[in-house]
Write a protein that binds this ligand. Structure first.
Ligand code: F6R
Length: 362
């Protein structure tokens, strides 16, 4: 049932092009530069919005961080992203002008459900973004937007992460078009990038053997640091989470600029730096951080489009040109790096120690 793959995780990584096609199917009107989502969010309501609050945990929180930047840019609305277990509705917000969005693959994460209920109690409208038909969150929320990734068995979320980001990117265009904050021509460019995802992800999957070699070369390092800016930041956090959960290695993600404010003290010739050097991730500024790490002897794994930074990288993995979706593509490299590092160590990849697929206790 693993379709010839050694692990569900690897199977699900390879299912990403199909999952993405399903997420987009019937939702993109290329000609009009618009998106058709089956959610009841009237234009008058969206026009009056003051804030979107995203609540989520773990990988879904990282998808929320990526989406927040797109929503702010295209829908010109303030967005706050909350780790669900830390969420409180307050700060003098007007509930009628606040949309609470729960991002949860399973639809059953207790802390995310509690946060959404708190927002609803305060009077906010609620939207669930989930993979699981009929899950608790779909019954709690006013509206549901499905990511349509298909069942995910591996404990480590992979295809659902890319599908969450793609679906939330559609939501950003949808809201932006209704608020009239993104012109049709610009929306068409964004939609082009989103529609390019399945093919571009496939291109990366086709380079798997190269990624495996890089993974084997660095598998025995003492720690791994993932850095990125802007849209590269949530991707760096997600890359580190995936690696630590399945390989049990010490991995951390930082906004690249923060490296010099503390973490640089940990950087040695035995701590690879995995850097997002794509469009949408302020690659020129990130290169400065790469140089700081390199001058301390750290090996650099560069994930870059247009060959940026290849001359600084000890291992260069290339990301196809895809505008604001390039950082998401860099994440596919990170998934495979994590998988191959964990596999080289013989870890229980589909069922990492101490972890459950869905966390239904607070
Ligand atoms: C990491 C992972 C977890 C989940 C988190 C939220 O690979 O899978 O961090 O993302 O437990 O789960 P959902 O999205 O089901 O609410």
């Amino acid at each position: 049932e693993k379709g010839g793959y050694d692990h569900y995780m690897l199977k699900e990584i390879h299912e990403q092009p199909r999952a993405l096609r399903q997420a987009l199917s019937g939702r993109v009107d290329e000609l009009a530069g618009d998106v058709d989502l089956d959610v009841d969010l009237p234009t008058e309501y969206l026009d009056s919005l003051e804030e979107i609050q995203i609540v989520a945990c773990g990988t879904s929180y990282h998808a929320g961080l990526y989406a927040a930047q797109l929503l702010e840019r295209y829908a010109d609305v303030r967005v706050s992203v909350h780790v669900a277990s830390e969420y409180e509705f307050g700060g003098g917000r007007d509930p009628w002008r606040t949309l609470a969005v729960a991002v949860t693959q399973s639809g059953e994460t207790a802390e995310t459900l509690s946060a959404l209920r708190e927002a609803a109690r305060a009077g906010a409208r609620t939207l669930a973004v989930t993979n699981t038909v009929g899950s608790t969150v779909t019954r709690d929320a006013d509206e549901t937007l499905y990511i349509r990734a298909g069942p995910e068995i591996g404990v480590a979320a992979t295809k659902t992460f890319v599908s969450q980001v793609a679906t939330l990117a559609l939501l950003a265009v949808h809201v932006g078009r209704r608020r009239d904050t993104i012109p049709a021509a610009d929306a068409r460019d964004v939609l082009d990038a989103i529609r390019g995802l399945p093919g571009a992800v496939q291109q990366i999957l086709d380079t798997d053997s190269q990624i495996r070699e890089v993974a084997r070369e660095y598998a025995d390092s003492s720690a791994f640091f993932f850095i990125g800016r802007k849209l590269g930041h949530p991707v760096a956090l997600e890359g580190a989470l995936k690696l630590k959960e399945i390989s049990y290695d010490h991995a951390e993600g930082f906004p690249a600029g923060e490296l010099k404010h503390g973490p640089l003290a940990l950087v040695t010739d035995d701590t690879p730096i995995i850097a997002v050097l794509t469009r949408g991730a302020n690659p020129d500024a990130t290169l400065n951080s790469v140089k700081e790490a390199e001058s301390r002897g750290a090996p650099v794994i560069g994930l870059s489009s247009a060959g940026r930074g290849d001359k600084y990288a000890d291992a260069a993995l290339s990301v196809p040109d895809l505008g604001v979706m390039e950082p998401l593509l860099a994440n596919v490299h990170m998934q495979l790096l994590a998988y191959h590092i964990a596999n080289a160590k013989g870890r229980a990849i589909d069922k990492p120690r101490n972890l459950a697929k869905s966390v239904t206790v607070e």
